[in-house]
Design a protein around this ligand. Sequence first.
Ligand code: HQG
Length: 273
Amino acid sequence: MPKSQPLSQSKERISNQNSVPAAAGMASLSSSPEGSALLKNSPPDAIQEESTTNPTVESTMSLSKAVSSNTPEAEDRPSISTAEPKDSNTAMPSIPKATRTLTLTTHFGDIFWAPPNTVLIHACNTQGSWGAGIAARFRSIYPEAYATYWRYCVKDHDPKTNPVPTGSCLLIPPCETGAKSRRHWIACLFTSAKYGKAKDKPNAILRNTGPAVKEMLQQVRDAKRDGKEIAGLWMCKINSARFAVPWARTVKVLEDIEVEEGCIGDIQVWGYE
Ligand SMILES: Nc1ncnc2c1ncn2[C@@H]1O[C@H](COP(=O)(O)OP(=O)(O)OC[C@H]2O[C@H](OP(=O)(O)O)[C@H](O)[C@@H]2O)[C@@H](O)[C@H]1O
């Protein structure tokens, strides 16, 4: 396990706009639109229940059940009894699957302690800059992943003419080649177009966060389906420092995200506050 290192809150920005990083294996996974809600077809009288599964951690789980509402009235039924289904089950409406929402557990410590094959999740701008805060730590620990992020933002897209869409995610597989390098996936959530004073407003950052996380969950699911090893999802308190969005507001967005079938539904949040 790597040693704990002090949080980097340096105000200095590492200049990167003018330097082309060393090449690294491209690892962009394609975007897909937001997943559809499982209860889209629920009858209007569906009952919603909310329960907190574990009060000691920040977690929420929503369950929804549907009640039959489309049994035909007696007068609408055909008078010939053979038209009635013999097995009453065949007349039952299909019961929608329960939906679950994302569960967060909070942990005190450094996100870079994660075991191999963990996905480390952080918030990014679309300009190709990991210049400050935890992003600068990512840049120094994972230079080849940084090169992939930079190329995606600046070469595959163009910050001025064809920027990476906010509300999307770039999932970078483990790609460091150094002897001592850590084998981590890195999920870049594009929650703001710009950084510094030009960063998006908190409400826009929050609007971008839900779709970006959903896309990340889908990309992780697809990677697992392709046989890739994913040990779990670890996140820092995204948006909360340089992007200036109170952490509690981001938590609310995260805990409302519906987890699609086959997707990991738990994220460990690591930090020192
Ligand atoms: N080792 C560690 N383990 C666990 N948690 C750690 C940690 N080190 C720091 N934290 C915490 O991680 C949270 C996020 O803090 P950040 O300010 O970095 O990120 P943010 O999401 O608000 O903003 C994104 C923009 O910040 C960057 O820099 P630039 O704008 O480019 O200059 C990017 O490039 C984006 O654009 C805070 O709770 C820190 O305490």
